[in-house]
Design a protein around this ligand. Structure first.
Ligand code: BG6
Length: 469
């Protein structure tokens, strides 16, 4: 494996999934808190999560011992500007200053995401969240505060985590209507507003952070056709277009591709686009593409008919998922093994995504999430997670292959550094290299225990990817 000497070996987390202290030192509620608190009776929530807010020193020491070159984490907007748009909260700035300073002191580069599913809830109450342009300008303000406060030490920024996936999940966008056409109209307008917010933040980063680089962190997709019937092939291609490429194209070219505009027109959705937007969107061009990769998808063609007319698709996981043309149906790929939680594991798919994005956009790439969620078991202070090591090893090999293919890959940050609140399945589904002694309903000791995968990854980093065990 030929990993370059400056390859950025890393690990990732996000604010609401690790920090806890959801209401401490001036922080207010975010959409992520709101959704997680709704599930409090049955699973862990963001009130304590992994309690990073009170364990950050110990956790960063573990990162340093592991040899991390980068730590990718997010800043909670509601810690910095609790109501989303008003006064800045000095206690929030102080917290992230402490974290960033300690990382830098330990030789770990901070890679910061500005927005990881945690829109301030006050913006939902006041403006219907991303439906309003006011949220766009509130985000720009928040981004500027972060660049001004931390930009002297943080050079790498991801503006929005998985915008392309987030817009498809109604609860993350606070879309509550049962009218699916109205839901799609709202979704499309919110998505567009987030593109404006992305572009304004990119511009601000270039103005305020000397030597700063910024980009999106997209949820990558690679969809295989179920058969070689051209209709299945087309459905698989359009699945990738509508789930990921439309957004990357918007960021790179400042406008949506034709197929996406056609879809909106045919569904009778007219986006509110104002004069001056084109100029704003021109600034959205990313300096690099960060992306998250867990699995590949498989799809077949599904004709729109009376039972499945266009514009009535549902956004449920692990179910028939109609795509924008009403043409695309999720399938199980018989050639791949699925994880305990249903993700179709596919290291070669990662190599294909790397090649695809690099060929299309010719900017450096960075993997910001890749990992395996499992119900790990602790016994006598040890966690033997050989399945996670196998998963990570094969995906890292795929990165090495892509580098040898000529892809400019800056780094690989696995998900996640420490066990954290899964975005939907609480604390039972663990991704960490470090175990946290708690369960969904019992906080226990919150003690940190490095898993076998931690020691394995330490060797990978120390050998710059030549010793994969
Ligand atoms: C990504 C998110 O989509 O997937 C993370 O950026 C999330 O926040 C990760 O935790 C894994 O998904 P889940 O649902 O298993 O937590």
């Amino acid at each position: 494996m030929n990993f370059p000497d400056n390859f950025l070996w890393g690990a990732s987390t996000s604010a609401f999934q690790v920090e806890g202290a959801w209401h401490e030192d001036g922080k207010w509620m975010s959409v992520a808190d709101f959704n997680s608190l709704r599930r409090s009776a049955v699973q862990a929530d963001s009130r304590v999560a992994s309690d990073f807010y009170h364990h950050w020193e110990e956790d960063i020491d573990l990162m340093a011992d592991l040899g991390l070159k980068i730590y990718r984490f997010s800043i909670a907007w509601t810690r910095i500007i609790p109501d989303g748009e008003g006064e800045t909260n000095q206690a929030g700035i102080d917290f992230y200053n402490k974290v960033i300073n300690r990382l830098v002191e330990k030789g770990i580069q901070p890679f910061v995401t500005l927005y990881h599913f945690d829109l301030p809830y006050a913006l939902v109450e006041n403006y219907d969240g991303w439906l309003s342009r006011k949220t766009v300008y509130a985000f720009e303000k928040f981004a500027r505060v972060c660049f001004e406060s931390f930009g002297d030490r943080v050079k790498y920024w991801q503006i929005i985590n998985e915008q392309n996936l987030m817009v498809r999940v109604n609860e993350r966008m606070n879309i509550e209507t049962d009218d699916s056409h109205e839901a799609d109209r709202m979704r499309a307008q919110m998505d567009y507003h987030m593109c404006l917010a992305h572009a304004l933040a990119m511009k601000a980063c270039h103005e305020l952070v000397p030597g700063g680089m910024a980009g999106p962190a997209v949820s990558s997709t690679c969809t295989y056709p179920l058969t070689n019937n051209p209709k299945d092939v087309y459905a698989a291609k359009m699945n990738d277009c509508f789930k990921t490429r439309y957004l990357l194209d918007m960021h790179f070219h400042g406008k949506y591709p034709g197929y996406y505009m056609r879809y909106l027109k045919e569904l009778g959705i007219a986006l509110e686009m104002l004069e001056g937007d084109e100029e704003i969107l021109r600034h959205g061009k990313p300096d690099y593409i960060a992306f998250n990769y867990y699995r590949t998808l498989c799809a077949s063609y599904l004709p729109a008919d009376e039972e499945h007319p266009r514009g009535t698709r549902r956004y449920r996981r692990n179910e028939v998922d109609f795509d924008q043309f009403g043409y695309c149906q999720d399938e199980v790929n018989e050639n791949l093994k699925a994880s305990e939680y249903g993700a179709q594991i596919d290291p070669l798919g990662l190599r294909m995504v790397l090649l695809d994005y690099y060929e299309r956009y010719r900017v450096p790439l960075l993997i910001t999430e890749n990992g395996l969620g499992m119900a790990d078991v602790e016994a006598d202070g040890k966690i033997h997670d050989s399945y996670r090591i196998d998963y990570l090893r094969e995906h890292i090999k795929a990165c090495g292959d892509a580098i040898n293919d000529g892809v400019e890959l800056m780094g690989y940050a696995m998900w996640s550094f420490i066990d954290l609140l899964s975005s939907h399945q609480g604390f039972r589904k663990r991704y960490g290299l470090v175990y946290v002694d708690r369960t969904d309903m019992d906080l226990k000791t919150l003690r940190r225990i490095p898993k076998d995968s931690y020691y394995w990854y330490k060797k990978v980093i120390a050998s710059n990817g030549t010793d994969l065990g």
